[in-house]
Design a protein around this ligand. Structure first.
Ligand code: ADP
Ligand code: CIR
Length: 358
């Protein structure tokens, strides 16, 4: 859908209370919320009080959503499985048991010289949440604070090369915050999808950014997920960024118990992030392919890649530079997802080269 329209209140219910979606809505929520599924789930509530209405609120209020649901807790994934399983299968491919985490470097393919030359910066992030707590949409203010304290304590045990400073959002001045966001180091303070899901409640309390001294390793605290563990570096040394991220994840997992599921891997508030919860991305110059953005998105999609703009999801490209990342995160290891990205980037660079010839 072009632009967006916020659905409010009775707008999106028919006379029986079944949610309705405007024409042109292509969300996975609309596709999989049949009247049978709705009738079976509408009166259910998880132990932390999360209901079907909570689960689907973001997708109803924003019919331009691509997915449209956020889980409130681990139990959401079992209680609301008749809706979430088809959405998960649709996004990630049919459900398979998620393999054990593997960040090994030995099997990574070679990045071509042509691709490497086009890469402005490389970023790899994983989402994590803590076992024993609800996810962002259903967590209470005191639980969120407890989560932040545990993460801050774990951060003090990072190896020397990753050490840095924790910056609480509640005491950060606007100029510093804007600068960190502009330099891709900090999350934005508004997101209409997350707001509708209840994730932005009590903002900016218990939110923060941990930044390593050299600014190439960071941890976002209590945004969409309780932790986003991130490695980010200028240039196309993709292996070095992947290795740095793996080091940080491994260090933190020795001091925190992350929320996992036997089939779904790491549990995250948005089902697109399940499994590895990893999005590895490059900012890449594709001036030839940029002449037809719709075709670029189509070829990237066929390669299993996602195209975003220069400031993340729902933003625009600038100067022919795009954010290219792995789309699939569940049912593959981190190394497999990262290898897939490298292969895809090599292909895109090759195609762009062809398009750029006079
Ligand atoms: P996510 O955390 O899910 O990746 P976004 O798509 O909103 O969420 O991206 C978060 C931030 O990371 C944005 O500022 C985005 O521009 C930045 N980013 C993503 N990939 C790169 C990259 N390769 N180089 C620099 N910044 C990046
Ligand atoms: C949506 O449904 O569009 C938002 N809730 C974000 C979904 C996750 N992003 C993605 O798959 N690109």
């Amino acid at each position: 859908m072009d632009g967006y329209r916020v659905n409010k209140g009775e707008d999106f219910m028919d006379h029986s209370g079944f949610p309705t979606f405007p024409d042109g809505c292509t969300s996975l929520l609309k596709k999989h919320l049949t009247d049978t599924v709705w009738a079976a789930l509408k009166d259910l509530k998880t132990a932390s009080g999360y209901t079907l209405a909570d689960l689907i609120r973001s997708g109803l209020e924003h019919p331009e959503s691509s997915v449209g649901v956020y889980a409130g807790d681990a139990e959401s994934y079992t209680l609301f499985a008749p809706l979430l399983t088809p959405i998960i299968d649709d996004y990630h491919g049919s459900s398979v048991s998620h393999p054990a985490s593997d960040f090994s470097l030995s099997t990574l393919p070679q990045l071509s010289r042509d691709a490497s030359d086009r890469i402005v910066s490389t970023r790899v992030r994983v989402g994590r949440n803590l076992a024993g707590f609800p996810l962002g949409p259903a967590i209470s203010a005191s639980e969120r604070l407890d989560v932040a304290r545990r993460i801050q304590a774990a951060l003090t045990h990072l190896p020397e090369a990753l050490q840095g400073t924790y910056l609480p959002l509640s005491v950060m001045d606007d100029a510093l915050r804007d600068d960190l966001v502009a330099r891709h180091l900090l999350f934005k303070s508004e997101d209409r999808f997350l707001t509708s899901a209840g994730i932005m409640r009590d903002w900016p309390e218990a939110r923060g950014l941990f930044l390593s001294r050299d600014e190439t390793f960071s941890v976002w605290v209590n945004e969409e997920d309780q932790l986003r563990i991130i490695a980010l570096k200028k240039g196309g040394d993709m292996t070095a960024v992947f290795r740095r991220l793996a080091k940080g994840v491994s260090a933190l997992s020795r001091h925190l118990v992350f929320l996992t599921h036997p089939q779904l891997g790491s549990l995250t508030s948005c089902p697109t992030n399940l499994g590895t919860a990893m999005r590895a991305s490059v900012h890449m110059t594709l001036t030839g392919l940029a002449r037809d953005e719709a075709a670029l998105k189509k070829s990237a999609e066929a390669l299993g890649l996602q195209v975003r703009g220069m400031h993340g999801e729902h933003s625009q490209s600038q100067g022919g530079v795009y954010d290219i990342s792995n789309r699939m995160r569940l049912g593959v290891t981190e190394t497999e997802a990262f290898s897939h990205l490298i292969h895809g980037i090599n292909r895109l660079a090759q195609r762009d080269q062809g398009m750029s010839r006079p």
